[in-house]
Structure formats: C-alpha cells, structure tokens
Design a protein around this ligand. Structure first.
Ligand SMILES: [Fe+2]
Ligand SMILES: [Fe+2]
Length: 251
C-alpha cells in the first residue's frame, strides 16, 4: 500500500478537473490518497472531484482548505456551517477526515487557519485577499478562527505506532518559504499559515508533514521532520507546482 499526496486541485479550472478524470482507474486501487484542501468553493465541484477520486483509491483522507470554506457562491451562510457540510459529505463518501491508522502508521490531519503569527498583513492583502470577502466567519478575526480550528483538533494517542505523519492545508512554518522570494509575494506570508501547526507537529512527533496552500512544491527536512508540499495549483503556475499526485510513503 502506497501513500499519495495532492492538494490545491482548484477544479474550478476545467483542465484541472479533466486531469483528475484522466487518472488511472486501475493503478491506485490498493493505495491511500491525502487531499490537503482547496478543491473548490463550489460544493458540486467538490462532489465531482470525490466522484473521480473515491473509486480510484482504497482510501481518501480530506481536510478543507480556505477555498473550500468560501460561502459567497453557496448560500452565504457561516463558513463553520460549510465546514460541517463538507464533513457530512465526506462521511457519505466514506472519506476520512480524522486520524487514519494504517498498520503501524498513523496519519493525523491538523485543522488550522492563519493567525498572523507569520506577520501582520499590509494594506494590499487587507484590501485584496479574497477570503476576507468570500468566507463568513460571523465577525471573528482570523486569530479567533485559528483558535477555533485548533481547538477542534482531536489529538490521538500515538503510542503503539511506529510512524506518525501529519497533514494540514496551511503552511506550518514560514521558513518553508524561500528566503529569496519576490517582495510582492512575501506580502502573502501573513495569510499562509500559523505557528500553531508547527507546535502540533512537534507534539505529535510526526516524521513527515504534508501541507498545501502556498502552491509552492517543497520537500524540505527541518530538525528531523520532512515537510512536503505537492500542490497542483492554478493552470498558470507551471513553474512552482508539479501537476501530479505524489507518492510520499510506503505503508
Ligand atoms: Fe490553493
Ligand atoms: Fe489555500
């Protein structure tokens, strides 16, 4: 059994959904796929993605990204309600949203939101970051949303497992972004993730952490943890994303 990782499929782009539709129906039937968020804000497109992926893999694990929690196109209700809707949808499809034990390996999804622990956003981000318009957090500030998601994390007992892997949509530490990065992109750092994730990863004793959101593919070891990003990304992002589902471990 192999473990595969993908995130940020953003299937609002027809070619991204078509790519999923072209995946082999025979090659992955004994394998597990982690989808680390950002399928689509449109529930019907999330379902269309699940319809493609669920029959191809032995098991799927999904956790939502910021785009999945947008409600502007889907009833404008609270984003925490959308989160529950997505969880219920996963239950219907038999998709795991909690910790997944596979033999001696435990995979732990970590819910999060950015809380500006990577820096305070400047005026361009405050004006232009779409989550501020598309999500409905009922007046909560990002740090309060981050605290709510962190409190929802069910941290399992990892004793008895030889290997622990963790997964998040958001970036767990800002030094995963290249130091030499264009200044205009560095403006995004405050909304990339949270230090809370790094604390969770270390407390779990995870040896690998899978994440998405930055759309910047990485495989970097820091202090004994290998951090892997395999975001599919937007069609225009041909240089920073590999446009594939990545084999990240054998189970
Ligand atoms: Fe994304
Ligand atoms: Fe994202």
């Amino acid at each position: 059994m192999r473990l595969f990782l993908g995130s940020d499929f953003h299937v609002d782009y027809r070619q991204n959904l078509d790519w999923l539709r072209g995946l082999s129906r025979a090659d992955f039937t004994d394998d597990v796929l982690i989808v680390a968020g950002d399928l689509s804000d449109e529930l019907d497109l999330v379902k269309a993605s699940f319809d493609e992926l669920v029959p191809r893999y032995a098991k799927l694990l999904f956790l939502p990204g910021n785009h999945d929690l947008w409600t502007a196109r889907s009833g404008k209700g609270p984003s925490f309600e959308k989160f529950e809707t997505l969880n219920a949808l996963c239950r219907d499809y038999g998709i795991e949203t909690g910790s997944l034990a596979l033999g001696q390996t435990l995979i732990v999804p970590l819910l999060a939101w950015y809380d500006y622990s990577f820096g305070e956003p400047g005026p361009t981000i405050r004006r232009g970051w779409m989550d501020f318009y598309k999500c409905n957090w009922e007046g909560l500030a990002p740090a309060e949303v981050a605290a709510r998601f962190d409190a929802m994390n069910v941290i399992p007992d990892t004793s008895g497992y030889a290997t622990v892997y963790s997964v998040s949509h958001f970036v767990p530490r800002i030094d995963l972004m290249p130091a030499r990065y264009p200044e205009k992109h560095k403006a995004l750092f405050p909304v990339l993730g949270t230090n809370r994730l790094e604390a969770r990863i270390r407390a779990l004793g995870a040896s690998k952490h899978f994440y998405g959101h930055s759309h910047l593919n990485r495989n970097k070891e820091i202090d004994g943890v290998t951090y892997i990003n395999n975001a599919f990304g937007y069609p225009s992002e041909t240089e920073i994303s590999a446009k594939t589902i990545l084999h990240v471990a054998d189970l």
